[in-house]
Ligand binder design. Structure first.
Ligand SMILES: [Zn+2]
Length: 318
């Protein structure tokens, strides 16, 4: 078994390039795999390794001034769900494309237990602060699922969503980082009672057993989908080819399209791994390999290497 961690810390870094270089060196030395982004606003990462590698990495990060309080979401996987190690500097560790968003002015944290209590007892509006292809396969009961493809589309969505300013707002994302920023924006725009799920869906799954969460959780590593509520594993999404319940994803086998879509094994066979008949006819279609298609998902997009990831990860390491 391997450990997979997800974490962030909005701790200002004076010299991101230097910090990044040292960080990369350390991660390489211990043999960590994953994706770590560093900017002057802090660090955002997801990584995997053996128990020992992960312990060493956590101790390293905790040993850096200002990072002593970094919180890790941790999960097990029977394989390393990253092809390599990427440690890079970025303008923002999670890209909202809005200047001067300080998470210190963010929404009130709700711990998982409190979140569940509020869900059961109070009146509120709940926002899923993730992309449409993520909320599609799993979300909290009653949550608004914005039809956006990138995190940086949320400011525009907020302007148009017509959420009453006097309503209690609950928001959540995978591990918490997107709410750290988006909650600042909502508060600055006039919503007064803004609350964010501390630690996101992944921590809630661990501590509250995923109660009131329907479906599964999309993650930005080769697993792509992880369970949230072990008592409720029924897919809530549908295969875009067959229309039957499914919660596995593939990238369209037409290399010009490469769209990420929900697809069952049956649907993949039917359309030869493509999202449409048009793509199936494309001269840029890579060969369909049914034997490997539904082994760990990565087989599908090994052809593309980092292409899919770079695209998806441009908004978040989570
Ligand atoms: Zn396609």
């Amino acid at each position: 078994m391997f450990q997979v961690i997800l974490y962030y810390n909005f701790q200002p870094i004076n010299e991101p390039d230097r910090f990044c270089k040292a960080h990369k060196k350390f991660c390489k030395e211990i043999g960590l795999k994953g994706r770590i982004y560093i900017s002057d606003e802090g660090i955002n990462g997801t990584a995997a390794g053996t128990d020992q590698q992960i312990e060493e990495y956590k101790n390293y990060l905790w040993s850096l001034p200002g990072f002593e309080d970094t919180e890790f979401k941790q999960d097990e996987s029977d394989y390393i769900p990253f092809p390599r190690l990427t440690v890079k500097t970025r303008d923002e560790i999670v890209a909202l494309h809005v200047d001067d968003v300080n998470p210190e002015n963010g929404g009130n944290y709700l711990e998982p237990q409190e979140w569940r209590r509020v869900m059961e007892e109070e009146d509120y509006v709940m926002i899923d602060v993730r992309n449409n292809y993520e909320s599609k396969i799993g979300h909290f009961e009653g949550a608004i699922q914005p039809d956006v493809e990138n995190f940086y589309d949320f400011p525009k969505w907020m302007e148009e969503a017509e959420i009453p300013k006097d309503k209690k707002v609950l928001m959540y994302c995978t591990g918490g980082i997107r709410c750290e920023k988006f909650s600042v924006l909502m508060k600055e725009s006039g919503w007064e009672d803004v609350n964010q799920l501390h630690g996101g869906i992944l921590r809630y799954a661990k501590e509250e057993g995923g109660k009131h969460f329907k479906g599964k959780c999309f993650v930005f590593d080769d697993r792509l989908v992880v369970p949230v509520n072990p008592k409720d594993l029924e897919p809530i999404a549908r295969c875009e080819i067959t229309g039957k319940p499914a919660d596995t994803y593939i990238n369209c086998a037409n290399m010009e399209c490469n769209k990420l879509f929900v697809c069952s094994e049956e649907g993949a066979h039917q359309m030869e791994g493509c999202c449409s008949e048009e793509c199936r006819q494309s001269e840029y279609k890579r060969p369909f390999d049914p034997k490997n298609a539904f082994k760990p998902f990565r087989k599908w997009y090994n052809y593309f290497g980092e292409d899919f990831k770079e695209r998806e990860m441009s908004s978040a390491a989570e």
